[in-house]
Unconditional design. Structure first.
Length: 232
């Protein structure tokens, strides 16, 4: 699927706590087309006309699924670009999106006993799969999520829908750690429960991904069975 430019309008902004925003975009032309797990480039240059050289932009994982009319991303204010987003973007603002990019879930992988591990906003690319009908093709998936505290878990509504749709008979297959109470995600226990033949999807801070990859490799998980998202 070739990347295309979409002039879009921001139709919603959620700011659950300082420095974290969820934006909803509606295309002003053709419908968005993308697959679960893909990401976009967001340009906020108000002078860009959609024809000239693509302006300065930033990559964000798409957390909505492709059946939704409104495309959503969540971002943390960390640098100059996201600081500019925080200051300038309002409901009704016009921006340009370029998408889709990435092949997170289209890479060859075993859909039986797949393990999904996400830290913080790293859950967003996974949500685009978990809320999509194609997720029903995964057999015995396991989801492990880590947040700084309950305050930072702003995805309860989506997770409740996922539990009711896919995990109502095995609710323990979604595990959540709150760092202030439970500590960090316990990869040792996750590996003990799932072994070296499972496919491990990782998404979160770069340091977490690096450490978890190294540990899984050292425990005998082949590199081809460890797939990470790097555009969170």
């Amino acid at each position: 699927m070739l990347a295309k430019k979409y002039k879009s309008e921001i139709v919603s902004i959620l700011n659950p706590f300082e420095g974290i925003y969820t934006l909803g975009f509606k295309s002003l032309g053709r419908s968005f087309r993308y697959h679960p797990g893909q990401f976009l480039h967001l340009a906020i240059d108000k002078f860009y006309d959609g024809i000239g050289q693509w302006p300065d932009s930033r990559c964000f994982s798409m957390q909505s699924n492709s059946n939704d009319e409104v495309l959503k991303i969540t971002y943390a204010v960390k640098g100059s670009f996201t600081s500019q987003m925080e200051q300038s973007l309002k409901v009704g603002s016009k921006v340009w999106l370029k998408l889709p990019y990435g092949d997170l879930f289209s890479r060859a992988h075993n859909k039986e006993n797949t393990v999904f591990i996400a830290g913080g906003t790293g859950i967003t690319p996974f949500l685009s799969l978990f809320t999509h009908n194609s997720f029903s093709g995964y057999l015995n998936p396991k989801i492990y999520l880590g947040f700084r505290s309950e305050l930072y878990n702003i995805y309860r509504e989506e997770l409740t829908k996922i539990k009711n749709k896919y995990f109502y008979y095995k609710p323990n297959d979604i595990s959540i750690w709150y760092q202030d109470k439970d500590g960090i995600i316990n990869l040792n226990n996750i590996f003990k429960d799932n072994g070296s033949i499972s496919t491990y999807y990782l998404s979160g801070p770069p340091s977490m991904i690096t450490i978890f990859k190294e540990k899984l490799n050292s425990w005998g998980v082949p590199s081809k069975n460890i797939i990470s998202d790097d555009w969170v």
